[in-house]
Design a protein around this ligand. Structure first.
Ligand SMILES: O=C(O)C1=C[C@@H](OP(=O)(O)O)[C@@H](O)[C@H](O)C1
Ligand SMILES: C=C(OP(=O)(O)O)C(=O)O
Length: 670
């Protein structure tokens, strides 16, 4: 992992489309292990390829199990009937709970010498309850560092012959899963008694369903005890398909609910054995419209457009519940997610991580030992109009607007995936996005395919080309926001002179630049709530603007400021580097120009109308000199980029130019 990497997500307007889900992590790793423990070969299709499943695949191969890739995520596993050929090995299992816990149990009962280790965080994730249970069966397991935690040393042992064993169920269900999957190796009847309230119950259902596919029916008394009968042997099912991952589905379903939808996920549905499909029902409680088929689920925004807060016991969906926490940002009211103590011992302390990062985007968060309570900033609370989409509702003062900040992901794939949804509020930076590789390496590519960013029409061009007039008119026609980027440096100079900030105090100027509240309304510009008049065009202001524009931190702050104007439903902006530097992903880029002669004539007419005196020849000379400077400068020189359409207005009037831009946008609109 490289924590210095990040991905910048643009502000999102909407979500629609369809995603084929990668295979379920929980099913993939169970199937691989059970296939290895079986006699015979198993063809596994649609297996998840990710860090967690790679750790299981490597582990099995180290143990001497033959796994052959057939291409297209299909694998042939030749089982060893529970007798691993390699009796002495060191396994590195990363941070994969579904590899570490089940392999610990299987190896503890299989008569070899093994050490099992993982990443640093894995060595902080508890395993004591499982080790205690295995020791109850006579297994020889030692802690190599801290008691109760990996790394572990397993040695051959004389197993006890006990008919029953107890395991605690209130820290992780993976301990019970691991025991159940390993018990058939003993060849005799053993009953597992569960001590304490079993958490994450649906994962036990997955375990039982997979064991059944490999020929072993576990007898059960509710959630209290489970019996594996003597003579139970895993039998390879021949061919097995892995369902799509229901936890991974949650991000796309939430995107549909927040961003309008419909967003469809393919690979899980009504027929799924994964508990996380119930996430869809919980999203429906927030108002989302959900439809479900046997192998697909589709989500849309609520009929009235607004998600509602919920108060929910999330013990049955510990992983997908994280997605609800971020969806809560976009809901009216306060959402409480309860009974999630297990979040504290997963990839990171997820309650703390979630609370910290949600606060960065402006949410009010209360964190408890086993709950999290989130108040998002709903449109109602901000008093913005009804027809505004969920976008732009986040707190404009939040620290995430500082370009140097970003959402930290704590090496937790779900933190990264969850916070991609916050882009429906504002542009967002996600740090260390590659941590998604734990379960979904292509996540951000897939997410980009079903989300549409807030559109930007970027109009660049030389001075006096009339681009400002055209841009304002286009913004009015479309009901979009408007940004006159050239005015920003002059506004900063004005604000600095107003506040007595020295024009060479880089740090103070950059702070002022990010604090300035600027509104463009038709021809009028408002700075911090007051209209700015002709002083913006004055000599003092122009000189101040050129001084502040030379300062690096000011340019960075103003870059962020310009990007903040990108709010739903869209932005029209004019300047010199809008399409090339500020909004390189603009929906439509126009290079608007006219001959120098016609620009001089237009400027002359403008000045005349204002009662000012001028000479066309002088104006023409000025314009030529300015063109020369703008095209020759080293920082973002003025030029038509290959992805911008040329709009030469030499022979066009304003109406015709506006029409050209609107037509161009029609063809490209999201
Ligand atoms: O058995 C499984 O496949 C899993 C069980 C759950 O863990 P806990 O039982 O520790 O909650 C879940 O969070 C994890 O991602 C996968
Ligand atoms: C808790 C998780 O992983 P693990 O299987 O490592 O427990 C998870 O994927 O959210």
């Amino acid at each position: 992992m490289n924590p210095s990497e990040f991905i910048n997500l643009p502000p999102l307007l909407s979500a629609r489309g369809s995603v084929r889900l990668p295979g379920s992590k929980s099913i993939s790793n169970r199937v691989l292990l059970l296939a290895a423990l079986s006699g015979g070969t198993t063809i596994v299709r649609d297996l998840l390829r990710s860090d967690d499943t790679d750790r299981m695949l490597e582990g099995l191969q180290t143990l001497g199990v033959t796994v052959e890739s057939l291409g297209n995520n299909a694998y042939k596993v030749t089982g060893c009937g529970g007798d691993f050929p390699v009796k002495n090995a060191e396994l590195f299992l990363g941070n994969a709970g579904t590899a570490f816990r089940p392999l610990t149990a299987a190896l503890a009962l299989s008569g070899g010498s093994y050490t099992l280790s993982g990443v640093a965080r894995m060595h902080e994730r508890p395993i004591g309850d499982l080790v205690d249970a295995l020791r109850g069966l006579g297994a020889d397991i030692a802690y190599l560092a801290n008691d109760g935690f990996p790394p572990l040393q397993i040695k051959p042992a004389t197993l006890s012959g006990a008919a029953s064993v107890s395991v605690r169920g209130d820290v992780s269900s993976q301990f019970l899963t691991a025991l159940l999957m390993a018990l058939p190796l003993l060849g005799r009847t053993v009953t597992v008694e569960v001590i304490g309230e079993l958490i994450s119950k649906p994962y036990i259902e997955i375990t039982l369903a997979m064991m059944a596919r490999f020929g072993i029916v576990v007898l059960r008394d509710g959630w209290k005890s489970f019996t594996v009968a003597a003579g139970s042997r895993y039998v390879a099912p021949g061919e097995i398909y892995v369902e799509g991952d229901a936890s991974s589905a949650s991000y796309f379903l939430a995107a549909g609910a927040i961003g309008g939808g419909p967003v469809r996920v393919e690979g899980v549905g009504r027929g799924s054995i994964q508990g996380d499909v119930r996430f869809a029902g919980e999203l429906a409680k927030m108002g989302a419209q959900i439809e479900m088929g046997d192998n697909w689920i589709e989500a849309r925004a609520p009929v009235n457009g607004k998600l509602q807060a919920i108060d929910l016991d999330c013990n049955h969906i510990p992983d997908a519940a994280m997605t609800l926490a971020v969806a809560a940002l976009f809901a009216n009211g306060t959402t409480t997610l309860r009974n999630i103590a297990s979040w504290r011992v997963k990839e990171t302390d997820r309650i703390h991580a979630m609370a910290t990062e949600l606060r960065k985007v402006g949410a009010l968060v209360e964190e408890g030992a086993d709950y999290i309570r989130i108040t998002g900033l709903s449109s109602e609370e901000l008093g913005v109009s009804e027809n505004r989409s969920a976008a732009s509702i986040l707190n404009p003062q939040s620290s995430i607007l500082n370009p140097a900040a970003g959402i930290d992901t704590y090496d937790d794939h779900r933190m990264a995936m969850c916070f991609s949804l916050a882009a429906f509020g504002n542009a967002i930076r996600i740090n260390d996005p590659r941590c998604v590789a734990k379960t979904f390496p292509d996540y951000f590519t897939e997410f980009a395919k079903v989300t549409q960013s807030v559109p930007v029409i970027a109009i660049d061009g030389p001075s006096a080309s009339g681009k400002g007039t055209v841009a304002q008119r286009v913004a009015n026609e479309l009901g979009f926001h408007y940004l006159d980027s050239g005015a920003l440096y002059r506004l900063l100079a004005t604000a600095a002179m107003r506040d007595g900030v020295a024009l060479d105090d880089e740090v103070a100027l950059a702070g002022l630049a990010s604090r300035m509240d600027i509104v463009f309304k038709g021809e009028q510009i408002w700075l911090d709530g007051a209209p700015v008049g002709d002083e913006l065009r004055g000599e003092a202001c122009a000189a101040g603007a050129s001084k502040v524009a030379a300062l690096h931190q000011v340019r960075a702050a103003l870059l962020a400021k310009q990007r903040d104007f990108r709010k739903a439903p869209g932005l029209v902006t004019d300047g010199r580097d809008m399409g090339s530097v500020v909004f390189p992903d603009a929906t439509l880029k126009i290079f608007l120009t006219a001959s120098a002669q016609i620009r001089a004539e237009r400027r002359y007419k403008q000045l005349k109308e204002k009662g000012m005196d001028a000479k066309i020849a002088d104006l023409l000379q000025d314009i030529r000199a300015r063109d020369e400077r703008d095209t020759q400068r080293s920082a973002a020189p003025l030029q038509q980029y290959p992805d911008a359409s040329l709009l030469d207005t030499t022979t066009l009037d304003v109406d015709q130019a506006v029409k050209f831009v609107l037509n161009g946008y029609q063809c490209k609109a999201p």
